[in-house]
Design a protein around this ligand. Structure first.
Ligand code: ATP
Ligand code: MG
Length: 202
């Protein structure tokens, strides 16, 4: 029987740079091979309004993204371009609107035990310069806060992945209609989740 834990869902969006760099297949493969189940996927061009709504599903996000960016500069002993996190957040969201609506993206929903955390782990930290080796952002691209700011643009880091279960639920509702999420049984779920392994031996 499927338990609640196995039903956790997260939204992944392969951003325009991921599609333009022909990395969509490689990125999907990395999530697929974990054992997570793909329950929805579409190729689409997001509207600027949708991108803005997407980032503002968490009312605290503007402040958090600003604080995280200021902290990254401070860690290197450098001065961030903004002192006020919310002002920095407003700058970032305006750049994200332009970035994500510039070219098609692949939106997906992955489901399974700890889907949000597993996907974030594989995706890697926000800034590719400091994302761990072995993560998608660490392995496949090279952007940094400094380069983004120098170019007056968003950091190009290939992927969006939901940060919390709550954000994931809101984001999925924004990107997909309920009927686009497909409930089905995946054969491998037996080995991933079943309590006993009876019936495998011949
Ligand atoms: P995402 O939400 O896209 O999965 P994340 O959770 O790692 O990424 P957030 O803090 O939510 O990062 O920031 C959202 C996105 O905004 C980042 O993925 C990046 O593209 C962009 N971004 C974040 N900080 C900056 C910054 N200081 N300058 C430019 N772009 C930024
Ligand atoms: Mg985020």
């Amino acid at each position: 029987m499927t338990q609640q834990k196995e039903k956790e869902r997260t939204l992944v969006v392969i951003k325009p740079d991921g599609v333009q760099r022909s990395l969509a297949g490689e990125i999907i493969k990395r999530y697929e091979r974990t054992g997570l189940k793909l329950v929805a996927m579409k190729f689409m061009l997001p509207t600027p309004e949708m991108v803005r709504q997407h980032y503002l599903v968490d009312p605290e996000w503007l402040r958090k993204v600003g604080e995280k960016s200021i902290a990254a500069y401070q860690k290197r002993g450098q001065q961030a371009p903004y002192d006020d996190p919310v002002e920095y957040g407003e700058f970032i969201v305006s750049k994200l609107v332009k970035y994500l609506s510039s070219s098609p993206v692949v939106a997906m929903v992955w489901q399974g035990n700890q889907a949000v955390g597993i996907v974030r782990k594989i995706t890697g930290g926000t800034e590719p310069l400091t994302s761990d080796v072995g993560t998608i952002r660490g392995d496949f691209t090279i952007d940094s806060y400094e380069l983004g700011d120098a170019g007056d643009r968003a950091i190009r880091n290939l992927i969006h992945a939901s940060g919390t279960i709550e954000d994931a639920e809101k984001e999925i509702a924004l990107w997909f209609k309920p009927e686009e999420l497909i409930g089905y049984r995946l054969i491998q779920e037996q080995i991933l989740y079943d309590v006993n392994l009876d019936g495998l031996k011949e």
